[in-house]
Design a protein around this ligand. Structure first.
Ligand SMILES: [Zn+2]
Ligand SMILES: [Zn+2]
Length: 336
């Protein structure tokens, strides 16, 4: 099933162990096993989760690992027993890379919580490379469009979408941390004519201008009170102190949703702030149904992602820029 035109080797940015920079390596081209697609990677988003991985804040990564779980690629070969994909088709690969299909979470519509789940760019080599293999059952067909701009939909978009969905039936939505996920969910909220309130790091005028440009009803520093009570708050920044801060601005019955995979400790707060059936919850990655639903919705909004492109070999620069909060929107690696 391999095309004669494919090279024998590829470039990959590899994490040898947490705390070290990624290393550019030449690797043999991976072979698609049963049920897998071989993809020529066109673009791969750089997610905050990648930063947590590189910084050693996620337990037990498979090492060495090729990070990257916002992959846009084209099908160049298929392993045995793949159905429903065509050569040359463009697909997206998300964080959820494999589930057991049998545990109570998998059979109960919550496969994102599967006890045995494996994740792209964490336990499965990801998209910081010229090619990758992925389980076809976890790949999403993508609409036409620029790969660079589609990549952030695969995690930032999906986590924002799931966070919003799990916030419940809400109107006024606060957004803490105005990065890649926030700038996508903001467009969905605007499309749905729900006002959103953007909270940024104190004095981060660039992010505040960006939020205003995307239609925020109000923008301010994370410590400032919004002009009205919120029905829900979505927290995309990895700062636990934001949880009680957001809770204070959420109305009765409202929800604070923590959407990151890692967060610093949450400080103590008075029970009175939680009283009134307020809720705090986390949101863990995605189910395939979230992917299908969001990728159907995104072109209808339409979501336009703001991206800063980096070359594959500059992945460390992209991670540094993300760490320093220098980017408006998303960083994306573009394979040349
Ligand atoms: Zn399972
Ligand atoms: Zn991610």
């Amino acid at each position: 099933m391999m095309s004669a035109a494919l090279p024998d080797t590829m470039r990959a940015m590899v994490l040898p162990r947490p705390g070290e920079p990624l290393r550019l390596e030449r690797r043999p081209l991976p072979q698609p096993g049963a049920g897998q697609l071989l993809l020529k990677v066109e673009a791969c988003g750089v997610c905050r989760t990648d930063l947590h991985l590189v910084d050693g804040e996620l337990p037990e990564p498979r090492l060495p690992i090729i990070p990257g779980h916002e992959i846009v690629g084209r099908v160049v070969a298929q392993g045995p027993a793949v159905t429903g994909f065509a050569a040359g088709q463009r697909v997206g690969v998300p964080w959820l890379g494999w589930t057991c299909g049998r545990c109570r979470f998998c059979t109960g519509g919550r496969e994102n919580l599967c006890d045995a789940a494996r994740f792209t760019g964490y336990q499965i080599d990801g998209g910081y490379a010229d090619y990758t293999v992925a389980d076809a059952r976890f790949c999403f067909p993508l609409a036409a469009g620029a790969a660079l701009e589609q990549a952030p939909l695969l995690c930032a978009g999906l986590i924002g979408y799931r966070a919003l969905r799990l916030a419940g039936d809400t109107r006024r939505v606060g957004i803490y941390g105005f990065g890649a996920a926030a700038h996508i969910v903001a467009q969905v909220l605007r499309h749905q004519q729900r006002p959103f309130y953007a909270f940024t790091r104190p004095g981060d005028r660039a992010s505040q201008d960006f939020a205003r440009h995307l239609g925020a009803a109000w923008v301010g520093d994370a410590g400032q009170p919004p002009p009205e009570r919120l029905d829900a708050a979505l927290i995309f920044a990895p700062a636990g102190a934001l949880v009680p801060a957001a809770l204070r601005h959420v109305d009765k019955g409202g929800c604070v949703v923590c959407a990151g995979i890692h967060m610093s400790d949450i400080p103590a707060f008075p029970y009175a702030d939680l009283w009134g059936e307020r809720m705090i919850r986390s949101v863990a990655n995605l189910t395939r149904q979230d992917g299908i639903d969001f990728l159907d919705l995104a072109p209808r909004v339409p979501v336009r992602t703001a991206v800063t492109a980096f070359r594959l070999e500059d992945a460390n620069l992209a991670l540094d820029a993300l760490r320093r909060g220098e980017l408006q929107g998303a960083a994306v690696l573009e394979m040349g």
